[in-house]
Design a protein around this ligand. Structure first.
Ligand SMILES: O=C(O)c1ccccc1NCC(=O)[C@H](O)[C@H](O)COP(=O)(O)O
Length: 267
């Protein structure tokens, strides 16, 4: 049976075909090369983590396949500024429309309102999406090992690095991790969401973290909502955390919630 990720990848092929009808790679490449410089996603995380603090990547998404509607009328700029004021090191902004309710227009509006680096969170299957991400100001892209062959994962990674962006390489299990470690990106995401069963389990990070060499940086992703979760994940050595749904749902306490997760267990 197809997972939610498989279904997303199916329609990404149509989206990319439509994008290529509208604009050539050469034109998109030129836009990418003349965009304002990337802000340094990985280095912003490392500045916080080097102090043994929690480097948070706070995520914006209106809905998701696992949660359904999260915050349908969300004002992305307001939420992003709350994340930044609470101490987020970086942002992750879903630009996928059909499954997550995001857009590149949201991305650009947020980038104009905050100073911290931003991940364009989308489902990359073609270099033109990487160029598009940079053209719209992205500082980092996501490469999901579960949905890419090795050659394409390497091509997308090289393309992003060539534009001065960072790459978060996402894994769910040992086999994907082994493949991810052949790529030149230091940022290795461990996603705690099982895309077949649509449940999160922090023991995924606990299992994979010891397999990640010290020259790579672990990003624990999904299913994080409390200080206890951060404390537990810190035991694995992780200092970088990607958090979405739980913060989107915090309403008027959002900024305080970011601050609490940012500082928990830190000296
Ligand atoms: O979240 C989903 O349902 C989902 C389904 C298919 C592909 C990706 C999906 N999620 C993307 C993510 O990895 C999360 O948005 C991210 O790690 C944040 O997770 P959370 O804090 O649990 O919202």
């Amino acid at each position: 049976m197809k997972t939610a990720l498989d279904k997303i990848i199916d329609y990404k092929h149509s989206e990319v075909a439509e994008l290529k009808r509208q604009i050539s790679f050469a034109v998109m490449d030129e836009k990418a090369r003349t965009a304002s410089p990337a802000r340094g996603f990985s280095s912003a995380l490392s500045r916080v983590a080097a102090d043994d603090q929690n480097a948070l990547i706070c995520e914006l998404k209106r809905k998701s396949p696992s949660a359904g509607e999260i915050l349908p009328g969300a004002d992305p700029v307001q939420i992003a500024t709350e994340y930044e004021a609470g101490g987020a090191a970086c942002l992750s902004v879903l630009t996928d429309g059909p499954s997550f309710g995001g857009s590149l227009e949201d991305f650009a509006a947020i980038r104009a309102a905050v100073a911290i680096p931003m991940l364009r969170k989308d489902f990359m299957i073609d270099p033109i999406q990487v160029a598009e991400a940079r053209a719209w100001g992205a500082d980092c892209i996501l490469v999901i090992m579960a949905s890419l062959e090795d050659t394409l994962a390497a091509e997308l990674t090289d393309c992003a690095i060539g534009y001065g962006m960072d790459v978060l390489v996402e894994t769910h299990n040992e086999a994907e991790l082994e493949r991810a470690l052949r790529l030149p990106s230091p940022l290795i995401g461990v996603n705690n969401r099982d895309l077949k069963r649509m449940v999160t389990d922090l023991s995924t990070t606990e299992r994979l973290a010891p397999l990640i060499p010290p020259d790579r940086q672990i990003v624990a992703e999904s299913g994080i909502s409390t200080a206890a979760h951060i404390n537990r994940l810190r035991q694995t050595g992780a200092r970088r955390f990607l958090i979405g749904e739980s913060l989107m749902k915090r309403g008027s306490e959002r900024q305080a919630a970011v601050r609490e997760l940012r500082t928990t267990s830190c000296n």
